[in-house]
Write a protein that binds this ligand. Structure first.
Ligand SMILES: NC(=O)c1ccc[n+]([C@@H]2O[C@H](COP(=O)([O-])OP(=O)(O)OC[C@H]3O[C@@H](n4cnc5c(N)ncnc54)[C@H](OP(=O)(O)O)[C@@H]3O)[C@@H](O)[C@H]2O)c1
Length: 264
């Protein structure tokens, strides 16, 4: 299989690294198109590095678009001239719809995917929607490639990518915000910074694994930690008074609305 990646920042590089790590593509069959030539030396160990969309891209079975959505217009005309009908184009750009991809590239075989930041260490989750023209073989190829950055979930309805973006796409940032807030509060309450950081990070890690292994719902796990008149109950009273659940829900709703706006 031959693969081209247009735009090798955080995510594009993660794909290049994972494809090579799992042997899904040979170095000579992986082509990375970058804008800043200074990045060449960091990427050359994965495959061939180009500074413009050349004929090598035309020979690829799969072309991944890993630029920011606002940069799509600057690459679309050049990419459109390099596409042949059998190729699959996979976009990870937030908010760029399948219809927009098809129109801007003049190409039918398109896939729109929403990965998330942990894909950079092979622990991401990617939801994706395919254009109606994609056949089963092409869909399986995409799923296999996405799986090497974590898990992949096929969506029958492209519109679901808006809530996906709000949950798993932006989700790591919500998690980091909670971690950051807890660490800062620990320091404010008198803990040395490294102790507060270790306590919070290990608590998050341990709680995740407990949730995965305990076969109990998040509600049941909360009840198991909370005792009547205790510390957790005191914390939850404040969270309820301040409507933390409502705030988080509204934040996720706003992200989903914004994802829809970006697609229009
Ligand atoms: N990061 C996430 O957690 C996440 C999650 C879900 C989806 N996404 C999507 O993934 C895409 C990439 O995100 P990212 O975090 O990897 O962004 P990033 O680190 O900024 O990477 C984008 C890369 O595209 C390059 N680029 C821009 N224009 C180019 C051009 N004309 N030719 C070649 N390369 C070009 C940029 O080059 P320069 O270095 O010169 O700027 C940069 O290296 C975005 O569309 C985003 O919506 C990201």
């Amino acid at each position: 299989m031959k693969i081209s990646i247009i735009g090798c920042g955080n995510m594009g590089t993660a794909y290049a690294r994972s494809f090579r790590k799992y042997g899904l593509v040979q170095a000579e069959d992986l082509c990375m198109v970058i804008r800043n030539p200074e990045r060449r030396s960091q990427l050359e160990r994965f495959g061939q590095v180009l500074t413009s969309i050349g004929p090598e891209v035309q020979a690829s079975d799969l072309v991944i678009i890993g630029v920011k959505p606002q940069d799509f217009a600057s690459i679309a005309p050049a990419l459109a001239t390099r596409l042949s009908p059998d190729q699959v184009v996979l976009s990870i750009m937030a908010g760029i719809t399948l219809a927009h991809l098809k129109e801007a590239l003049g190409h039918a075989n398109v896939v729109r995917a929403m990965p998330n930041a942990p894909a950079q260490i092979g622990m991401g989750i990617t939801a994706y929607a395919t254009g109606a023209e994609l056949n089963m073989r092409q869909t399986l190829m995409v799923e296999q490639l996405l799986n090497c950055t974590g898990r992949a979930i096929h969506l029958g309805d492209e519109a679901l990518l808006d809530p996906v973006t709000a949950l798993s796409g932006s989700g790591p940032a919500y998690f980091f915000e909670i971690v950051r807030t807890m660490i800062e509060k620990g320091i404010e309450l008198g803990l040395p910074a490294h102790v507060s950081s270790a306590l919070v990070k290990q608590t998050m890690l341990g709680s995740f694994h407990l949730m995965e292994h305990a076969d109990r719902s998040p509600e049941e796990l909360i009840k198991a930690v909370m005792s009547k008149g205790g510390t957790t109950e005191a914390a939850f009273r404040v969270m309820q008074e301040e409507d933390l659940a409502g705030t988080l829900g509204r934040a996720i709703g706003a992200a989903s609305v914004r994802a829809g706006e970006l697609g229009r």
